[in-house]
Structures are given as structure tokens and as C-alpha cells.
Design a protein around this ligand. Structure first.
Ligand SMILES: Nc1nc2c(ncn2[C@@H]2O[C@H](COP(=O)(O)OP(=O)(O)O)[C@@H](O)[C@H]2O)c(=O)[nH]1
Ligand SMILES: [Mg+2]
Length: 331
């Protein structure tokens, strides 16, 4: 039943005229059209790709902000506070919440749903949850394509929330212009447990749950780490990574965070770093696609071929390195 409905939805944009009107409606700010477009793009259908072709020339205007940190770290709560501020300034805000949970739950936690209900009736806010599918909890594969659709539809800023687990943090930093790295006080391990280099991806360090007693100390420690150069900021040497302590309970630090996010955007622009960053974001996007494409092709390769290579490796006749070379050569 489900797949039949989906097929009908896909068919309905296969006509060039219908596709054109869906694109026009999306560009004009029609949320229902946008929702359909997002589904096509998320499913990476051919019509989704065509719609993206049409929308893409209208992109490049939004500030794409990544927010990452541990699960339960207060990211969604913080995003909710940021939305409130941006709405006061009459900005159209999109949020893409990438969740590692199973596709069955749609990626959103119950808490997220309740929180986001606040915006249900507000046409200036669009929240989309995406369950990360492959690559062990990494960025949902079409996250950035979804961000492009929001961009074309006039949303600015666009926030991508991801749970930070090693590699994801790096990929969110590669796909966003400004990355907020969330650090949580009171988890009992303070800054000692920080992995070397794990702070480097943040353009802004945010100590959430700032109302907790340990928050001030964590913020101080992070400032110290920054001053000895361990958190020198992403690639740019003359941006001093701010440490901002926020609390969703008493509202502290949210104004400052909004300002700091704007400062970073302005800095990227004024310093000329923006262009480099945009190029590396595009490079990251292409490389994710290439990886996906290669994996898909590998999967399609005759299993027989793979099995025979495995046999040879089993018999020490070939190294896995050479087996991989041979598979890649056949792509
Ligand atoms: N004390 C305190 N708790 C918070 C704050 N922000 C979020 N929380 C709580 O932390 C939990 C996880 O928050 P959530 O935003 O869903 O975290 P996420 O998984 O990082 O998105 C929830 O129970 C929130 O109520 C805060 O500023 N102060
Ligand atoms: Mg969340």
C-alpha cells in the first residue's frame, strides 16, 4: 500500500509540466509543494534529481548552520530557542534534524515533536526530520540536497542538527558554513575526555545547559584550551572561536549566540574565506555522492566476482588490497 502511494506521488511529477509547476510553487514559497519536493529529493528519485536541477540556480543565499554534539546535549532545545529569535527578526527558518534512529520512527524523538509543535502553524518555520540511513549513523545521504531545496524556497538560515559521533562531526563541518559544536556540562568527565582534534570542527563552541553548576567551569576550561591553541578553529587562523554558554531554562546566552553566528557569517564574507569554504562544501558534497555511487556500483557488481576474489584472498593468493583494486578497476 505504502509503496503504491509513493509510486503515484513519484509519477505525478514525471510530466515535465507538472514538474515545472511543482518547482514554481516551491520557489513561490508553497510549503505543500516544498514538502513533496523534499520527499522526492530524500528518496533520491530521478524526478527528485530533475527538480533539484531546476531549483539549484536559485540557491546560494542561505546561511547553512551545522549544530552537532552528543545525544541529549540540548541541541534541539537550543535550536528551538534560536528559531524564536530568528522569527522575531522575521527570518524564514528551516531545520533539518538528522537522527541516527531507525527510519521507522522518522528520525524525530517524541521530545522533538512536542517542541516543534510550537511552530506547526507558523509558515516561516519548516522542520524536517531525516533518519540517517547508511554509513553507520552518518549524515543522511541527501541532507545537503534537502538544504538546497530550502535555500531555493527562501529559507535563511537553514540549521542542520546531527548527533556528533566522530566522523559525522567532520562531515557536518564540511557541509555547513558555520558549525556550532555543543559541549555539555555535568557529564562527569569535563574537558579531559575530549578527543584530540575534536574541538577543531567548531566555529563556535556552545556550552549548553548553562544553568548547571558545572557550566561555568566547562566554559572557562574551553576558553583556556582555545587560548593555548588546541581549538584554533576550523581552517581559518584569524577567527577566534567564541565559547558561548547558553541555557534554555533561563534564556541566558541565546542573544549572544545569535550575534556570534551572525559575526561568523560576516567574518566569512568580509575576509574572503567564504569562497574557499563554499568550494570545499561543494567538494565534500560531490565526494559524498561519488562514494555513494561507487558503493552502489560495487553492490551491483556480480557477487560471483566478489566471491571469487574473496576465495583468492582466503587462499593467500591475493591481498585484499589487490582485490579492492581489481573491483575498482572494473567499475
Ligand atoms: N538544565 C537544562 N536542561 C536542558 C537544557 N536544554 C535542554 N535540556 C534538557 O536536555 C534534554 C535533551 O535535550 P535535547 O534538546 O532533546 O537534546 P539533543 O538530543 O541534543 O537534541 C531534555 O530533557 C532537555 O529538557 C538547558 O538549557 N538546561
Ligand atoms: Mg535533538
Amino acid at each position: 500500500m505504502c509503496s503504491r502511494i509513493r509510486r503515484i506521488a513519484i509519477m505525478s511529477v514525471s510530466e515535465p509540466g507538472q514538474q515545472q509547476s511543482l518547482v514554481q510553487a516551491t520557489l513561490a514559497g508553497d510549503q505543500r509543494a516544498l514538502a513533496r519536493v523534499l520527499t522526492h529529493i530524500e528518496n533520491d528519485t530521478e524526478s527528485g534529481r530533475r527538480v533539484l536541477d531546476e531549483l539549484f540556480p536559485h540557491t546560494g543565499n542561505a546561511h547553512i548552520i551545522g549544530i552537532t554534539g552528543p545525544p541529549g546535549g540540548g541541541k534541539s532545545t537550543l535550536v528551538n530557542e534560536l528559531i524564536r529569535h530568528w522569527r522575531k527578526a522575521d527570518r524564514k527558518v528551516a531545520v533539518i534534524a538528522v537522527d541516527p534512529s531507525s527510519p521507522l520512527t522518522g528520525g524525530a524523538t517524541l521530545g522533538d515533536r512536542i517542541r516543534m509543535q510550537e511552530w506547526f502553524a507558523d509558515p516561516g518555520v519548516f522542520v524536517r526530520s531525516m533518519a540517517s540511513r547508511r554509513f553507520g549513523g552518518g549524515l543522511a545521504q541527501n541532507t545537503i540536497a534537502v538544504a538546497h531545496a530550502f535555500d531555493a524556497a527562501g529559507y535563511d538560515p537553514i540549521v542542520i542538527e546531527t548527533v556528533g559521533t566522530g566522523q559525522d562531526e567532520v562531515s557536518i563541518a564540511a557541509l555547513a558554513m558555520t558549525t556550532l559544536l555543543v559541549q555539555v556540562p555535568g557529564t562527569g568527565d569535563g574537558v579531559q575526555s575530549l578527543k584530540a582534534g575534536s574541538l577543531e570542527i567548531g566555529d563556535v563552541l556552545v556550552v549548553t545547559k548553562g544553568d548547571r553548576p558545572e557550566a561555568a567551569e566547562l566554559a572557562r576550561d574551553l576558553r583556556n584550551i582555545r587560548s593555548i591553541g588546541l581549538a584554533a578553529g576550523a581552517q581559518e587562523s584569524d577567527w577566534v572561536v567564541p565559547v558561548v554558554r547558553t541555557s534554555a531554562i533561563n534564556g541566558d546566552g541565546i542573544d549572544t549566540l545569535v550575534e556570534v553566528i551572525d559575526d561568523h557569517h560576516r567574518y566569512l564574507h568580509d575576509s574572503g574565506v567564504e569562497e574557499t569554504r563554499i568550494r570545499s562544501m561543494i567538494a565534500a558534497e560531490i565526494s559524498v555522492r561519488v562514494q555513494q555511487g561507487l558503493l552502489a556500483r560495487l553492490g551491483q557488481q556480480h557477487d560471483q566476482h566478489l566471491q571469487s576474489l574473496i576465495d583468492r584472498v582466503v587462499h593467500r593468493d591475493l591481498t585484499a588490497v589487490r582485490a579492492a583494486e581489481e573491483l575498482l578497476g572494473g567499475l
